[in-house]
Design a protein around this ligand. Structure first.
Ligand code: MN
Length: 218
């Protein structure tokens, strides 16, 4: 959690950690400029109509339902949304997409997407879609149309939620970023940009999110 908080602060934001038992989504969206979803365990596959793969590792009790409610409330309130790792997966499910339940056993020739330590170790590259918001935000940091990322996930987006588009892909075809066009900041990434706050490779993502959050008027 420390790296998420540090990344938000370094981008000029004031993070508030949420407690699902205390912070009702309807209240959260009234007092927040944006919603940042963090990493964690797997989303219940029943929520997108599949039986669990043997590798299924559930998240904390109640977290899926809470984050889905937060996402829908934030979207309805017009708030910027930045979703990371599990956050991207729960976002995709919340808005009607599905997940690939286990990359190592389901993707031929998969890259190494589970490189736990050190947390900023580069695992693979991401091909960034030209013309995407991700590409625009990360313009000064990209090498050509790629960036180098860390990776700690065994699941990924399968069918992208309606209205969302793929803006980043690993060389093995695994979806690494999605975004909702026509919105100030609706972006989800499968890697962990928050682990790079010391070196700043992904600072533009946090800065752009905070800038969009500041611009929210009500
Ligand atoms: Mn990955």
């Amino acid at each position: 959690m420390a790296d998420y908080l540090e990344s938000v602060r370094r981008a000029g934001g004031e993070p508030h950690e949420l407690d699902q038992h205390r912070d009702a989504p309807a209240d959260v969206v009234k007092r927040s400029g944006g919603l940042l979803l963090t990493g964690g365990g797997d989303v219940d596959p029943g929520l997108y109509g599949e039986a669990p793969h043997p590798t299924y590792q559930p998240s904390e009790e109640g977290r899926d339902a809470y984050e889905i409610a937060l996402l829908r409330a934030a979207a309805e309130a017009g708030l910027p949304i930045f979703a990371i790792c599990r956050g991207m997966q729960v976002l995709n499910v919340a808005f009607g997409g599905t997940l690939l339940q286990d990359i190592p056993s389901m993707v031929n020739g998969a890259a190494h997407h589970t490189v736990p330590e050190p947390r900023y170790a580069i695992a693979h590259e991401v091909w960034v879609a030209s013309g995407s918001r991700l590409s625009e935000i990360m313009a000064e940091k990209l090498e050509g149309e790629t960036c180098q990322v860390n990776s700690r996930h065994h699941q990924a987006v399968k069918i992208v939620a309606p209205g969302w588009e793929v803006s980043g892909t690993a060389p093995d075809g695994v979806i690494e970023a999605i975004e909702q066009p026509g919105q100030p900041f609706r972006l989800a990434v499968q890697w962990h940009p928050e682990n790079f706050w010391r070196t700043g490779e992904f600072r533009p993502l946090f800065e752009s999110f905070i800038e969009a959050a500041r611009a929210v008027t009500r």
